[in-house]
Design a binder for this molecule. Sequence first.
Ligand SMILES: [Zn+2]
Length: 350
Amino acid sequence: MAKPKKRYKKHPGLLLSELEKVTSPCTNCGADNSIDWLNEMRFPHEAIEPHGGGGRWVPISVPVQCKICESHYHHKIPVLERESTWHLYGDEAWRIIEDKGKRIHFFCITLVALHNSRQEELNLKLRKFKLEARPELAPEEWPHHFTEIWSDSGAKRKFALSGLKEKIQYGERLAKMIAGLSPEIVCYNISSATILKGTRKEIAATIKLQKEQIFKEALLITLDSMRQNKKGVVWHFDNVKDSTTREVTEGWAMECFLGLQYTPLFTYLAGGTYIPEPEFMKPGSHPLLEIADFISFCVARDFMKIFEGKLGEVPSARLGKINCYRTNVDGQPDAAYEMASFFLMRYFLP
Ligand SMILES: [Zn+2]
């Protein structure tokens, strides 16, 4: 009996310009065929574990049908070297701004990886921060979500940071600590802003689509970047309950990943390396998830403040340069390795 097809979501309209020029000679008649990299294949890119164990078979070709003789053949993709595998930890943030009666939803995902040589240092330093914020609790017992610290006030205050000034100083020192992990820390921020209109239902659908789009872009962008640097990649995400879909992230996010596996683009980007399914973790259960949460907070707050002609109280520029990506209104990708505070200003250029 055939394996039931897992539910999956379609790929985003993301394509690398280097691939537009690639043609594939037909193995039967020699005619040059173009490849539809975002075409949905009949079978997903999935590594197969041989029954005897010992590694995995990884697809290194994509199916093509010749436009002249109509024969089906496989086009080989370039196999990239892999020196090591990096673990990327991701978390998201969002803000809504109102501009001349228009409501704009900003959404971003931050992914961070840290070289092994600095992991222990980060663990110790973050522990100290957590002890300062909540001296009465063991640092391992609570997830560091900066939004909670930021909005903590009143008689039922949980954190030891008494006022806005203390919170800002805490945030500034945390940002400096993160910037100090450079160059062993790698950080990506993928964002977009979309106009919300229509009924509540339509708005929820718009936000859901935006999040799925950014999630898929985040996977493809980091996969491409890591593979170009001869790294394999494993993704880890905070498995939070999603306010838009009322389900944990794992549900819709896994469907996005499975959808990407149906595109020749994914096979191309993987470059012959086994790319496992993303892992969804208990919120805040790894220091780098807490770092990704903090960076996303700074970037999203910066976006809101830049719209008001200011900068966030803890500007994301304090984190140092990061890999910033966004999609223009015309659908073209825009990327730069720079301070996120400055990159975000591109959203507001005429
Ligand atoms: Zn042919």
